[in-house]
Design a protein around this ligand. Structure first.
Ligand code: PMT
Length: 404
């Protein structure tokens, strides 16, 4: 988290049970070398006292827009100019709605309007509120406006529900904020990422597929975008919203994914900008030889059905054969001998880097919010212990930018 050293962070705290976590967040930011000034909404003060956050940040806490004494110390416009980043954690549904619509009816929304530095929000709310159409529309609009989303994560909630809406852990928020100061490391670079599973049709109603959710690929798309790249996701069938300011091409089968990849890379090769290709997708290695045009019916007295499978094209190997060759990063999903198989794949597929993950561990990898990886490149390797996929993604993007 060295990138937070001497950084000035304005931390906005809004009303919600997760406000207690902002005390720990301040500690994490200060431990990492940042200077923190806290702004609390009226509702936040119902959950945690300004005195606590003042003691932890070592600075007076800003509470009201129309406070002559506070304005005499550091006025709200001055405070907006002071910050290298504005972080709102927790960001309640109400605050998110007001931010989306450009309200300036309290100190924090006014600061957001006046700020010229990057704004990050770490939402925290009940899972139903998070999923509501109104809130999702607001989030999409904020991302389009260039506001960075951190989390939320999923799990047990204070109200007893389980689902997406918990504020990300303070350590993760501090790490993502630190990584955001990397912005610029991929400026001018085009990044193409395959994500999710492929589906290989057996007949019009059945297919062969796998458990990939697309989360790892989508997290990489956000991290690459935040590092300044122009990003395109080529996504298999997944149930994820497109991150703001990321292009997306939807595909179904491995053959579709190869066609979309080839077409896009052909277009990108017309410009001189460097290209990075990251193959996160869990591409089906085999597909049914033929896909029946009508639903295959059960035949009485025949308990067996034999499917003839044939090999799918290897997309990443084809990318690595291109001239000029994109900087090509593969993933290796293995259940045993993880590093040996990954090392074999990096040379067999002619890759510049490979990210190995052990998918035998049910807590990480496929369809989990977490992962743990070893990044391998010809001259070295780096292991990242279990962490959220956005954290892993930032570390991978950072390593890629160092290898370019
Ligand atoms: O999507 P999530 O739920 O977040 O899960 C993330 C993940 C586990 C899917 C991801 O971290 C991961 O490991 N992705 C690679 C999965 C995979 O197919 O691994 P592989 O070892 O079989 O393939 C090696 C590489 O070749 C991969 O980069 C893969 O995209 C690529 N490949 C494989 C086969 C093929 N026909 N074409 C390819 O391009």
């Amino acid at each position: 988290m060295q990138r937070l050293t001497n950084k000035r962070i304005v931390l906005g705290v809004t009303g919600g049970i997760a406000a207690y976590k902002s005390a720990e967040l301040i500690r994490r930011l200060i431990d990492a070398g940042a200077e923190v000034r806290v702004v609390m909404t009226k509702a936040a003060q119902e959950f945690i006292t300004p005195l606590t956050l003042q003691a932890l940040s070592g600075n007076p806490v800003h509470l009201a827009l129309l406070d002559t004494e506070a304005e005499a110390g550091m006025g709200h416009i001055e405070l907006a100019r002071w910050g290298d980043a504005l972080l709102i954690a927790p960001a309640s549904a109400d605050f998110i709605a007001r931010l989306t619509h450009g309200h300036g009816n309290d100190l924090l929304t006014t600061l957001c309007l006046a700020a010229r530095c990057p704004i990050h929000i770490a939402p925290a709310m009940n899972q139903g509120m998070w999923a509501s159409t109104a809130n999702q529309n607001n989030i999409q609009q904020l991302e389009t406006n260039g506001i960075h989303l951190i989390g939320p994560s999923s799990g047990y909630q204070a109200c007893g529900d389980i689902g997406l809406g918990r504020m990300s852990e303070p350590n993760d928020i501090a790490q993502i904020l630190a990584d955001s100061f990397l912005t610029g490391s991929l400026t001018g670079i085009r990044v193409v990422i395959t994500a999710g599973p492929t589906r290989e049709a057996i007949d019009p109603v059945r297919y062969i597929s796998n458990h990939s959710s697309g989360k790892m690929g989508f997290a990489l798309a956000e991290a690459a975008r935040d590092a300044g790249a122009n990003v395109t996701l080529i996504a298999g069938p997944v149930n994820l919203a497109t991150p703001g300011r990321v292009n997306r091409i939807n595909v179904i089968s491995a053959k579709d994914m190869l066609a979309a990849t080839t077409e896009l890379l052909d277009t990108l090769s017309l410009s001189k900008n460097p290209v990075i290709f990251i193959g996160t997708a869990a591409v089906a290695d085999y597909r049914p030889d033929t896909s029946a045009t009508q639903k295959i019916k059960k035949t009485q007295g025949n308990p067996n059905l034999t499917l003839q499978l044939i090999e799918n094209p290897d997309i990443i190997a084809a990318v690595a054969q291109r001239i000029p060759k994109p900087f090509t990063v593969g993933f290796a999903a293995e259940t045993q001998n993880v590093l040996d198989y990954a090392n074999d794949k990096i040379s067999r597929k002619n890759l510049d880097m490979i990210v190995a993950n052990d998918v035998s561990n049910k807590d990480i990898g496929f369809n989990s919010d977490l992962n743990a990886v070893t990044i391998i490149w010809p001259e070295g390797n780096k292991t990242i212990d279990i962490a959220s996929k956005p954290i892993i993604a930032s570390a991978i993007i950072q390593q890629i930018s160092l290898q370019l």
